[in-house]
Design a protein around this ligand. Structure first.
Ligand SMILES: *Cc1c(COP(=O)(O)O)cnc(C)c1O
Length: 365
């Protein structure tokens, strides 16, 4: 039997047992598999990455009156859960190459109200988790990682999302491990895990001792999606290798393209290749990225109009004076969006277009 028909057969069997309002077999199996794959004590499966972040903040006791330090180099999905938790996002700038926090700014933005720092591993780049851990210990802050784009990235042998108190992940289609929609939390903390299991299902089972009873959510993942995720998890190493090879292939094809500089991971860090990344040194880089998107090369700035989170209209109430490095990094980064369906033919096509257009690019007025 091929892999696909094995999944088909399992889905047919599962459908034959539905509706079963109490079924959690595939969710439980998936949690065991995720904890095992990433080396965490607990995995708690939820309905999205957004739900994972919201759940993590709530079980960590973060709410009204609290501040959470977040990179401006992030996306709306990382920030919305902080606001949903009733807390206040405080935007922190990145270092000039966008691979980590600007620690001077991080320290300057810390106040008596700060409870946690929430690094966002955008495009699969994690920064230096050991350094952040030391800094957070020194300031007595929790680290909650948004590792939605960093499944499989690792530093010194430890996976992204397992360095902080809680790591949050998405299984939305397009993320490395996908099942349509879904998410999960990883933690080594028994109480956080039990509180998260309670919170995702309207307080059933009840939270552990020390956690206040609270109005919660339905953040459960449906069994058919857990089955698909579990199936994909068995192929996780293939997914990861494939994405890393795709990014490396584009890097090789574009190594001599003028106006593109290809960043490399610092030693000890292995990025998952979530997106192919290049720093663009051509004039009018945003227009260049939009031009590429129009020619069929999907990318963060060109296709999704990515701007620093603190420059978004709906977050204006929380924005400070502006994070200059984050703006410069986003404006200069070509982040080509990859999926496991992108074959060599498509990647060659992307490279051909990018190389040709970079050579021909002239500033407009
Ligand atoms: C995808 C993503 C999320 C949200 O995940 P959803 O499953 O779409 O809710 C949060 N943060 C980052 C960095 C993401 O890429």
């Amino acid at each position: 039997m091929t892999e696909l028909s094995a999944l088909d057969a399992q889905l047919a069997d599962l459908l034959a047992t539905m509706p079963d309002p109490t079924a959690t077999t595939y969710v439980n199996d998936l949690e065991d598999g995720l904890a095992n794959q990433f080396g965490a004590r607990h995995a708690i499966v939820v309905s999205s990455g957004t739900a994972a972040l919201h759940t993590a903040l709530v079980v960590a006791g973060i709410g009204p009156g609290d501040e959470v330090l977040v990179p401006a180099l992030s996306v709306i999905m990382s920030i919305a859960p902080i606001i949903h938790a009733g807390a206040c996002p405080v935007f922190v700038d990145c270092n000039p190459d966008g691979t980590d926090f600007d620690y001077t700014d991080l320290t300057a933005k810390t106040s008596l109200a700060t409870k946690a720092v929430l690094p966002v591993h955008l495009w699969g780049r994690t920064g230096d988790p050991a350094r952040l851990g030391r800094w957070a210990d020194e300031h007595q802050l929790l680290v909650i990682e948004d590792a939605c784009q960093a499944q499989g990235s690792h530093t010194d042998g430890r996976f992204a999302g397992t360095h902080g108190a809680i790591g949050c992940f998405s299984m939305k289609d397009g993320k490395l491990l996908w099942c349509g929609e879904g998410g999960y939390l990883l933690t080594d903390d028994d109480a956080y895990a039990a509180a998260a299991r309670s919170y995702r299902s309207h307080g059933l089972p009840p939270p552990p001792d020390g956690f206040p009873p609270r109005v919660a959510h339905n953040y459960r993942l449906a069994e058919p999606l857990a089955l698909i995720a579990g199936h994909n998890l068995t192929r996780f190493d293939d997914f990861l290798n494939r994405r890393q090879r795709q990014a490396a292939r584009l890097g090789k094809l574009l190594a001599d393209t003028p106006g593109l500089h290809l960043p490399a991971a610092p030693s000890g860090q292995r990025w998952n290749g979530y997106s192919f990344l290049a720093t663009v040194t051509l004039p009018q880089t945003r227009a260049f990225c939009e031009h590429l998107a129009n020619l069929g090369v999907p990318n963060s700035v060109g296709s999704f109009r990515l701007v620093p989170a603190d420059r978004r209209h709906e977050l204006a109430a929380w924005a400070g004076p502006g994070c200059r490095n984050a703006t410069a990094v986003i404006d200069r980064t070509l982040a080509v969006i990859l999926t496991d369906r992108d074959d060599e033919h498509r990647l060659n096509g992307y490279a051909q277009i990018i190389d040709r257009e970079a050579r021909a690019w002239r500033p407009h007025n």
